[in-house]
Write a protein that binds this ligand. Structure first.
Ligand SMILES: [Zn+2]
Length: 168
């Protein structure tokens, strides 16, 4: 299982629904959970490891600590109030940018036993859900920036990567 980074074209593709009862979904969730901690992310979406299915894992390391395993998640409600969220992404290493997100969201999903569940989240967990669910639509957080800010973020990202390679 390899982490795909920008500009891999798979990251811009839309994911398809997991079929209910698909046994593969459980093993993908297990593997993604391990990678989430290994790579020290707050969230990981299946396309980031090259799987175009609607599967996400999230652990924002807040108390009480909780690992969310989400199959076919969708936002069913979001607050109109938009707030600034400073984000990073495992697929855009080292870069951090401020994007606007809804303050709170309600997400419906299936858990690893295909039981329907709902999360109501606010603050960091809400931002993280929006970020990971965007991945399932082929949207990266830099796509949420204005055109000008996005191209400057990409320039910054490329420079960070080059500087990093030089130091390795
Ligand atoms: Zn991401």
């Amino acid at each position: 299982m390899k982490l795909l980074t920008y500009p891999n074209p798979i990251l811009s593709q839309k994911c398809s629904d997991v079929e209910e009862g698909d046994p593969e979904a459980c093993s993908i969730l297990e593997e993604m959970s391990k990678k989430l901690y290994e790579w020290e992310g707050a969230g990981l979406a299946a396309p980031q490891i090259g799987i175009l299915k609607k599967i996400v894992v999230i652990d924002v390391r807040e108390e009480p600590q909780r690992l969310y395993k989400l199959i076919n998640p969708k936002i069913v409600q979001k607050s109109e109030e938009m707030v600034e969220s400073r984000e990073g992404c495992l697929s855009l290493p080292l870069l951090r940018e401020v994007v606007l997100r809804s303050q709170s969201v309600t997400v419906e999903y299936l858990d690893e036993k295909f039981i329907k569940r709902t999360i109501q989240a606010t603050g960091f967990l809400s931002f993280c859900l929006q970020h990971e669910l965007d991945h399932l639509d082929g949207v990266l957080y830099i796509d949420r920036l204005s055109r000008l800010k996005k191209s400057s973020a990409i320039r910054k990202f490329k420079k960070l990567q080059n500087d990093n390679l030089r130091h390795e």
